[in-house]
Design a protein around this ligand. Structure first.
Ligand code: SF4
Length: 259
């Protein structure tokens, strides 16, 4: 099963998923951990069984308290969002501070986890893979005085050095619709270029392209089509020719929608 229990202490149980599992392992060394590798559908029986064994159940999750709300709906008392912030990413410091607050009921925000030597390590921001064709695209765009709107995918990396060639990044599909929005708002100072990947195009970009066609937009849209959902794990999409269950199906081509 993707869900497993790391049995350690007998008093405190911690439910965590994804990155927060690592934080829980590091910070709650005396606690047992229920690691949810497949959090939905909720493994209710496993959660009940786990909670039953501990006096205190702590839930650590980023952003919305999705797991905690569900666990509480099972009638189980938890400590979670009141102690760990729901805005931004968690990190070892924030989890340690939440742990302090649970144990001491204090609101002291003591930075204590970041190893001083770690701050001396060179930063390694995400970059395009070596040989990625997007490198050439963003280099070319960096030579043009234009406004480039992007959205979510590998091509978001164009915002970082050395290219720094995305002016906007918003939700999926916004590479197209922001360009169209600026066009319709009357922006004429520079050419408008929208970037979208194939997976994002099929997910949320097609309607934006239709809108440009329908309302006679003048922006230029570039679809970076690598036939893959590259950034998030190679999930299939309508352009890969396979269903999500890996069965053969029709292959959609972005250019067919653009004609
Ligand atoms: S995974 Fe993303 S960054 Fe790497 S080669 Fe593919 S599109 Fe480029």
């Amino acid at each position: 099963s993707q869900n497993r229990i790391i049995a350690r202490g007998k008093e405190v149980g911690v439910v965590a998923s994804g990155m927060t599992f690592q934080y829980a392992m590091e910070e709650f060394k005396e606690a047992s951990i229920l690691k949810l590798g497949l959090s939905y559908p909720f493994p209710d029986d496993l959660i009940r069984e786990f909670a039953h064994n501990y006096q205190e159940l702590i839930v650590i999750e980023e952003l919305d308290n999705f797991l905690e709300e569900h666990i509480r709906s099972l009638g189980i008392k938890t400590k979670g969002r009141d102690f760990f912030p729901g805005i931004g990413e968690l990190n070892p410091d924030k989890v340690a501070q939440g742990h302090d607050r649970i144990e001491n009921s204090s609101v002291l925000l003591v930075e204590k986890k970041v190893d001083k030597e770690a701050t001396l390590l060179p930063a390694r921001p995400p970059v395009f893979c070596a040989g990625c064709p997007s490198r050439g695209l963003f280099y070319a765009l960096s030579q043009i005085d234009c406004v480039v709107s992007g959205d979510i995918g590998c091509y978001s990396l164009g915002v970082f050095p050395p290219y720094e060639r995305l002016d906007t990044i918003l939700c999926m599909g916004a590479g197209i619709t922001v360009a169209q929005g600026m066009d319709k708002a009357g922006f004429r100072d520079k050419p408008l270029i929208g970037i979208v990947g194939d997976s994002t195009f099929f997910h949320a970009g097609m309607t934006g392209l239709l809108e440009i066609s329908y309302n006679k937009g003048i922006s230029t849209i570039v679809i970076v089509d690598n036939r893959a959902t590259a950034m998030t794990g190679l999930q299939d999409h309508p352009g890969t020719g396979r269903t999500l269950m890996k069965k053969r199906t029709h292959t959609a081509y972005p250019e067919d929608f653009a004609r």
